[in-house]
Design a protein around this ligand. Sequence first.
Ligand code: AMP
Length: 283
Amino acid sequence: MQILSTLPDLSAQAERWRTEGQRIALVPTMGYFHEGHLALMRHARSLAHRVVVSRFINPTQFGPAEDLAAYPRDAGRDIALAGAEGVDALFQPAAEAMYAPDHATWVDVPALSSVLCGVSRPTHFRGVCTVVLKLFHLARPHVAVFGEKDWQQLAVIRRMARDLNVDVDIVGHPIVRESDGLAMSSRNAYLSAEERAQAPGIYRGLLAMAHRVRQGERDAAALLAGLREDLKRDVPSGEPDYLSIVHPDTLQNLTRLDDAALVAVAVRLGRARLIDNLRLLPL
Ligand code: AMP
């Protein structure tokens, strides 16, 4: 596996592969790999001749009061894990290389970025879109793989790619969970033992909601009230940031569930802010 840390090195490698007719898949990450990241890499492997993984803690997607400095990192372990997955190139640039001191250009999708996580993280998706578009220009992928754990991120990037005619297939990958149902996340490392024991209650709450939908409940307010009760009981240390039932593509709140619906939640638990989601309809 090549380890690339400069932008010209990545561009040159991408250019060589393109010239040889090789199909390139990109998996953007912030590192501290877990099984969720590795599943994306494996999926990317199945879609292309060459897999590029970026490992970059993107400063522009963190708010001023967020965990940029504390975000977990372990370069040696990440390199070993990506190498074992057959990744062709690991791109890990310095922040100063990615952003000029007078960087002034942003890619924003306000209609999808201002809801759900965007309410408490107003500049987050602007940072995500900007860095992802930069990575697309550098790695020149034919396909890019993103996790459905960050459903809103996937929806925002799909819209950006469509609206700006970005010639990259955006592929989603299902959420990878711990055996007790907790969605894997680098931020799970922030949880105390007591918080970790409560955290699977979030997914249990989503499953209980899906069960109520299967039994015929279609009223979003009733379903959300049920979820709020379940979380109060099973995740007593958790503080919901939002609990929402939305259309999976537009991310607009639904009052009644009819053709397509997704429940998306963010819960603050100790130092961690955990997100999760589950498709409710179609059944
Ligand atoms: P991150 O390093 O947290 O920015 O995540 C990098 C990519 O991995 C994103 O596309 C995430 O959606 C995806 N990802 C993170 N956790 C999971 C998970 N548990 N299951 C599936 N994809 C995930």
